[in-house]
Design a protein around this ligand. Structure first.
Ligand SMILES: Nc1ncnc2c1ncn2[C@@H]1O[C@H](COP(=O)(O)OP(=O)(O)OP(=O)(O)O)[C@@H](O)[C@H]1O
Ligand SMILES: [Mg+2]
Length: 339
């Protein structure tokens, strides 16, 4: 893939910096930034850019991600433990071996809640006096035990760590309900910051083109055409630019026969929801509060309340959670996907 440096997202980066300042300064405390958004919208790039920019540097960084093909309990922790020396940790070695998924670990003989406590203690021991960063990539793909652990960590008292969590919307999860619940739990943690990434706008598309064609003028019509062809999804944009490498910017206006576009799924059913209502619904499905929705969409909390009550009526839901689950069943969020 062609290396493109991140464009836009300045507001989001500033929020990461201020969350880190709270965690890293003074009294030990836990912080959490949750980034949701469609596949390829730039969650991982944003999280890694934020991580690079943290000052002071974190003393410890624990990074885990889901093992998509053979998920097992506590995959996040096992990934975070892999390659680390755990012999000094004040925990029973057999429990550590099991949590780290060592192939010759003794068979499980702890009750689930005992394991959860051991997992939290393990993370506490690794974080020590901190300040630390816990990176949780692809939360939507995590196993239930890891989801529970992440929820526990976000609300752990006096853990000097900032959780950086990235997730696709819950309907892409194996268990949409669990992911919906976990996102709601994380969003409700004290001081949590929610970010829902939308597609790039025309100025950001223009900025990417500026990087790919340094020194060449990029006419507004080209920016417009690429913005439309990719829906502003940065992954698709970069993919398209790679596929069209060697052509001049003006040549990208004419739409070549593109199989990917032909097999694009039709738009999802909408139960006569407006575009704005669909956006609000996808925020609800991502576990956001009205205030967080308002900030993310740049509208007032009052307007959000109106959208939410219309949504409840139109979807026949008794609560926002029910509406969120309705959205999950209808697959009613951003159709932008990549494989
Ligand atoms: N803000 C951006 N500026 C420039 N390029 C971007 C930006 N965001 C994403 N990209 C490009 O899109 C690619 C995909 O982004 P990224 O992997 O961060 O998406 P993601 O949201 O984590 O997707 P997934 O849900 O599949 O994990 C990046 O490798 C990069 O090339
Ligand atoms: Mg990612």
């Amino acid at each position: 893939m062609m290396p493109v440096s991140m464009v836009g997202r300045a507001g989001e980066l500033a929020e990461f910096a201020s969350a880190w300042a709270t965690v890293a300064g003074g009294r030990p405390r836990t912080g959490c930034v949750v980034v949701t958004g469609a596949a390829g919208v730039g969650k991982s790039l944003l999280i890694s850019a934020a991580l690079d920019g943290l000052s002071p540097r974190p003393v410890t960084i624990l990074t885990g991600t889901a093992r998509v093909h053979t998920p097992a309990p506590y995959d996040w922790l096992a990934a975070a433990l892999s390659g680390r020396d755990t012999t000094e940790l004040p925990l029973p070695p057999d429990a550590l071996a099991w949590l780290a998924q060592h192939p010759n670990a003794p068979r499980e003989r702890y009750a689930p809640d005992a394991l959860l406590r051991l997992a939290v203690r393990t993370v506490r021991a690794l974080v020590g006096a901190g300040p630390a960063v816990l990176v949780v990539e692809d939360l939507h793909a995590l196993d239930p035990a890891s989801l529970n652990l992440v929820g526990e960590l976000a609300t752990a008292p006096d853990l000097p760590a900032l959780l950086l969590v990235g997730s696709r919307p819950p309907e892409e999860a194996v268990s949409p309900r669990l992911v919906t619940a976990t996102l709601a739990r994380l969003s409700g943690a004290p001081g949590a910051i929610r970010q829902h990434l939308g597609p790039l706008g025309r100025p950001e598309v223009a900025a990417v083109l500026g990087q790919v064609y340094p020194g060449l003028p990029v006419p507004p019509a080209v920016v417009e055409a690429l913005w439309r062809r990719t829906g502003g999804n940065p992954y698709r944009l970069v993919e398209l630019l790679v596929a069209e490498r060697g052509r001049r910017p003006e040549e990208l206006v004419a739409e070549p026969v593109n199989l990917r576009l032909l097999v694009e799924p039709p738009p999802a059913p909408t139960a006569e929801l407006t575009g704005r209502e669909i956006e609000v619904l996808s925020c609800l499905a991502a576990g956001m509060s009205n205030k967080q929705v308002a900030r993310s969409l740049g509208i007032s909390v009052r307007t959000v309340t109106v959208h939410v009550s219309n949504l409840l009526r139109k979807t026949g839901s008794a609560s926002r959670t029910e509406a969120a689950l309705w959205a999950v069943r209808q697959q009613l969020t951003d159709p932008a996907r990549h494989g």
